[in-house]
Design a protein around this ligand. Sequence first.
Ligand code: A2P
Length: 348
Amino acid sequence: MSKQCRLAVVGATGAVGREMLSTLAARKFPATSVTALASARSAGNKAPFADGELTVRELTAESFKDIDLAIFSAGGGTSEQFAPHAVAAGCVVVDNSSAWRMDDRCPLVVPEVNAHALDKHRGIIANPNCSTIQMVVALKPLHDAARIRRVVVSTYQAVSGTGQKAITELETQVRQLFNMQEPEIKVYPHRIAFNCLPHIDVFLENDYTKEEMKMTRETVKIMEDPKIAVTATCVRVPVFYGHSESVNIETEKKLTPAQARAILSQAPGVQVYDNPGQKMYPMPLDAAGEDAVFVGRLREDESIANGLNMWIVADNIRKGAALNAVQIAEELLARNLLRVQDRNAFLA
Ligand code: A2P
């Protein structure tokens, strides 16, 4: 490590925050100190870290005085309010919420795809949406080889993407249903147990959900190619961990499934798991707790000239959130980019 890295995790008590702490410890992130921050509700509680635990402190505008790097995973409102204070204190922010992703001042980074975008950061780096991360990790090497022109994606997203309260809601509803009780519905607009909800985040004026439009816009920003057209349907399913995606791509150059398989087996962060004869294909049960993005069911789209279908699965809390953020932090250190050029860049 070239310089001191005093690290803070904002939202350390949440589903992603806890995974963040465990990923930092597992990857031996070279922090000189780690501070756990959350809301006043959690102040004084303990958060497990490495072989010990951290005492959680309340997040305030003053929290970043002695911090070099803060990883935020505490929702968009918290990031909007507090990330500018962090930058003003000279602290670099990696933010897991959607608050800064489409801001031109903020690189939106998946290290396997566009780590170079970090070089121009101004203090806040955005971690993309979980569904987008796993898709672009698999699509970028195919794009480099054959120029993707259109992507049609349908997602099957786990409840952990909504946070700890949604994990609890699915558990509780399953228990209530098995006990012949009326399931309580608090987090989602409808029952999630034994159901699928084609509704993630809010509906927009064009009748897409915000999650669907995140996939469209973030993919173009990360892949740095406005010619890639993306249309998405995002569905919440009663799975605890692991997002699955059915992805159809249309390319400029012809790419056979065998060529795509060969390219993907060399691609960073990707694991090809594709042997239909042996009933081998990626599943969220297997992807949970793993770092890789798994790709299978690779086959030609026989309805168009240059089309491929595939099935992409990853742990949404790991590669889709905590791991990607920690990889960004590692890349910032490796590139010696742990500095803020303009402390006022994000102050209103
Ligand atoms: P807390 O546990 O104190 O509410 P999840 O995505 O699993 O719901 O987790 C959200 C995380 O963001 C939690 O750590 C939560 O802390 C934190 N959080 C939510 N609102 C705030 C806030 N206003 N200030 C600081 N942390 C917040």
